[in-house]
Design a protein around this ligand. Structure first.
Ligand code: 5GP
Ligand code: ZN
Length: 113
C-alpha cells in the first residue's frame, strides 16, 4: 500500500519521533503551523475518521489517553488544540487517520478558537 504514514511507521521515511508504543506513533509535522505541531497516528492503517468502527476504535481511545503526555513531551506548557481533518472539505491530504496537536503559542481564533 502506498501510504506515506505507514512508511513513516516502518521507518522507510525518516521522521522526528515524539512518542511510540505498540499501537500508536507520534512525530513532528514536516510543515509546522505552530511552534509545536505533532501528528499522532494509529499503527493500524485507518483511512480517516469516517473509517472508525467498533472493531478498530480502541486505538482512538488510547491515542486520546496519551495526547496530554505527548503534548507535554513535545513542549506544550500552556494549552493545545487537537484537529483531525476528514475528507475534501476539511482539506485532508494524507489518508491515514491522524490527529494534529498544535500549541506553543496563542493559536489563531479562526474556526475553533
Ligand atoms: P492533513 O492535511 O491530511 O490533515 O495533514 C497532513 C499533514 O501531514 C500535514 O500537516 C503535512 O505537513 C504532514 N506531512 C505530510 N507528509 C509528511 C511527511 O513526510 N513527514 C511529516 N513529518 N509530516 C508530513
Ligand atoms: Zn497508512
Amino acid at each position: 500500500m502506498d501510504c506515506i504514514f505507514c512508511k513513516i511507521i516502518k521507518g522507510e521515511i525518516p521522521s522526528t519521533k515524539v512518542y511510540e508504543d505498540e499501537s500508536m506513533y507520534a512525530f513532528r509535522d514536516i510543515n509546522p503551523e505552530a511552534p509545536v505541531h505533532v501528528l499522532v497516528i494509529p499503527k493500524e492503517h485507518i483511512e480517516s475518521m469516517d473509517k472508525i468502527t467498533p472493531e478498530n476504535s480502541a486505538v482512538v481511545a488510547k491515542i486520546f489517553e496519551k495526547i496530554p503526555a505527548i503534548a507535554a513531551e513535545a513542549g506544550v506548557t500552556n494549552g493545545y488544540r487537537v484537529i483531525s481533518n476528514c475528507g475534501p472539505d476539511a482539506g485532508q491530504t494524507v489518508f491515514h487517520l491522524h490527529f494534529h496537536i498544535l500549541g506553543g503559542e496563542t493559536l489563531p481564533a479562526h474556526l475553533l478558537g
